[in-house]
Design a protein around this ligand. Structure first.
Ligand SMILES: Nc1ncnc2c1ncn2[C@@H]1O[C@H](COP(=O)(O)OP(=O)(O)O)[C@@H](O)[C@H]1O
Ligand SMILES: [Mg+2]
Length: 345
């Protein structure tokens, strides 16, 4: 798929901006603080229904304005899709697909798919398990709506169970929450395991290309062997700590190179290459699973790569619509100059 047009109104520092995007590489160029990343965030919003840098919709509305509008038109194999999202202060977010309002964000999932890559994504490799779970959650939600529903239900039940643990100490009533938590939790665990298993060969392949075949990479989803049993076994501890201590909300992804844990022992360069391998692998897996190539958003990534990695990256994304932000023109492609919330093609 590819995006043909992006229009934003009162979105962060853009009062009104329209871009006609080209099929291949598009480059948003300009000094820092001009509104380049904001445009990637608008695209991201149209894909997953939430901001890239914030979970608070209001923050994306231009200071002093009441509402923001983001519209994206994309060309897919079987036609055109138009996504319009309106955000406002004191207003519920409203989303329309092809001019038809939708009731749930879940319906937006999978309409337009994107992969976002920024230097921040190094978190994926080196920071807390929550960052790795977030990556799995966002990916799986885009390719599998039932995952998104299960995750939303799980989080709600988890919240209720934790609220119960805070205020009450009657273990019998916990059983009500436990059954539901186990049911949704097992769906999440199964789907995450399958996803990581499917992603792994693609990651290995990309990593081989980026490193010249020197390193062997493996990914393993770290979870409970039996969620129901472990939840029961943790009951006393949960009551004591007043929170739920086991479950997919505590799981992690182990990333190993030649048998060593990259999360702990990897060098900065290795971690960067792993993050890039994972992102490129996501592109291929999405394509296999959905039949459509997602859009790649590269935020300030080029400046961080050496020239050989840049060249390999460009080869890897040859058939992918890519939107790159940079402070200078790093490559050929359609160039947009971004200056204080305005854009010139
Ligand atoms: N809600 C908002 N309203 C108006 N301006 C905003 C809002 N949120 C962020 N900005 C402005 O956007 C600019 C940063 O834009 P960004 O896209 O991150 O820049 P860059 O070109 O460096 O990627 C800053 O000047 C910031 O003040
Ligand atoms: Mg930026």
């Amino acid at each position: 798929m590819r995006i043909t047009e992006l229009t934003v109104d009162n979105f962060r520092n853009h009062t009104h901006t329209t871009l006609q995007l080209a099929p291949g590489v598009n480059v948003l160029v300009g000094p820092n603080g001009q509104g380049k990343t904001n445009l990637l965030e608008a695209i991201y919003l149209s894909c997953v229904g939430r901001g890239w840098r914030t979970s608070r919709d209001n923050e994306m509305v231009q200071f002093g304005k009441e509402r923001a509008l983001v519209q994206v038109t994309a060309l897919k194999k079987f036609g055109t899709v138009n996504v319009a999202i309106q955000l406002g202060t004191g207003l519920k977010k409203s989303i329309a697909i092809n001019q038809v309002p939708i009731a749930k964000v879940a319906e937006l999932m999978g309409q337009i798919n994107c992969i976002f890559f920024s230097p921040d994504e190094l978190k994926l490799v080196k920071e807390a398990p929550a960052d790795r779970r977030r990556f799995i959650n966002i990916d799986l939600s885009q390719i599998d709506k039932s995952y998104f529903y299960a995750l939303a239900r799980y989080n709600k039940i988890l919240q209720q169970r934790n609220a119960y643990l805070k205020d009450n100490q009657d273990p019998r009533e916990l059983a009500i929450w436990d059954d539901q938590l186990i049911q949704q939790g097992n769906i999440i665990i199964t789907k995450r395991q399958a996803f990581i298993q499917q992603l792994t060969p693609y990651v290995a392949d990309k990593h081989k290309i980026l490193t010249g075949g020197k390193e062997k990479i493996t990914l393993t989803y770290e979870t409970c062997a039996n969620f129901a049993q472990e939840l029961a076994a943790a009951r006393e501890r949960d009551l004591r700590l007043r929170t739920t201590t086991v479950g997919p909300h505590r799981d992690d992804l182990a990333i190993m190179i030649n048998g060593q844990d990259v999360r702990v022992f990897g060098s900065q360069g290795q971690q960067r290459t792993v993050a890039l391998s994972i992102k490129l692998a996501e592109l291929d897996l999405f394509t296999t699973l959905t039949g459509e190539r997602p859009i790649l958003l590269l935020d300030d990534v080029f400046s961080e790569l050496d020239s050989s990695r840049r060249a390999r990256l460009l080869i890897a994304i040859a058939d992918t619509q890519t939107i790159i932000t940079a402070t200078d023109v790093p490559t050929s492609g359609k160039i947009f100059t971004v200056n204080n919330g305005t854009v010139k093609a």
